[in-house]
Design a protein around this ligand. Structure first.
Ligand SMILES: [Zn+2]
Length: 93
């Protein structure tokens, strides 16, 4: 499921049925919450361009439960051990 995370308050919002493909929705705090998937993709772009910041790396680590288990590029960047990656259970609903 595509979840959303508010960049202002950090609140995670469940996707609305029928709107899973949308890249953003509004958080109750009034800010726009971007989908975690699209946030991960923008972090990946920063990573590939070798301009990812420390704050973005911390954010990437906080999003580890949302990274696909086979996505070694993001998992390794987040500091997840390769052995852990193989047995990694995402715990996603
Ligand atoms: Zn918010």
């Amino acid at each position: 499921m595509n979840k959303f995370k508010c960049s202002a308050c950090g609140k995670e919002l469940p996707a609305i049925v029928g709107y899973e493909r949308a890249a953003w929705r509004h958080c109750p705090c009034g800010h726009v919450a971007v989908s975690i998937k699209s946030r991960l993709e923008s972090l990946r772009r920063e990573l590939r361009a070798e301009r990812i910041s420390y704050g973005e790396l911390v954010e990437l680590q906080s999003l580890v439960p949302h990274i696909e288990p086979g996505d070694l590029e993001l998992l390794e960047a987040a500091g997840v051990d390769a052995d852990v990656v193989r047995e990694y259970d995402t715990g996603c609903e």
